[in-house]
Design a protein around this ligand. Sequence first.
Ligand SMILES: *Cc1c(COP(=O)(O)O)cnc(C)c1O
Length: 242
Amino acid sequence: MMTTKDILNELKMELPATVKLVAVSKFHPFESIAEAYEAGQRVFAESRPQEFLAKIKTLEALREDMVFRVEAGGGDAEADRGYMSDVEWHFIGHLQTNKLKMVLPFVSLVQSVDSVRLLDAIDAWGRANGKVIDVLLECHVSAEDSKQGFSGVELAELLEGWHGRDFVRVRGVMGMATFTDDESVVRSDFARLVAMSDMVRAAFPGHDSNEISMGMSGDYRIAVEMGSTMVRIGSMIFGGRG
Ligand SMILES: *Cc1c(COP(=O)(O)O)cnc(C)c1O
């Protein structure tokens, strides 16, 4: 059986150096994250505020415990205090505006900004807390109604009317293809996302807004072929829902 480490190593060898591997750890316990971390993985994504915060609290408690044990026995308490501080946490799930404080203090990227209302709420939170939040605009490119995100028209309106929002920095787009075995459908969904990425890039010439987060366990190879800069892989690394 392949271990988490084997799978991560294979993915690392397969993915071009320009594509960031985001390990989606939702539904899996903190121990699974720690195992992947020990195998060298540094970027993780979560999709539920409560679950994410619980894992951050687990990590903080673990650090305290390590520091306590080191101080009792002599050792490097400073190193333990910083255990996993080189992890980049991304948020990829639906985010309600009343849950921002559970997520924003700890993340380096919110990939799932799917409405103007959320964008403005994040900007207001950033202003109040003195933190500029990097975000991706989630775009709706699949055939499924239930999937959230900006349509092409909504995205164009947002970009044309852009104003202020000094506490969000748009770094690119995120999207999901239709869940289907029909590769041509997946390809045309990803092509639409790439076109929306061009609109975003043109709207923010002042900073790097080139990220295209596309590709999951089932379709990342196609996504990479079509220009993905970031793949979000969960079940392939961690198995089915834990
Ligand atoms: C769960 C999830 C993923 C990972 O999906 P897998 O098929 O398990 O790789 C990627 N992106 C988003 C937005 C998700 O919610």
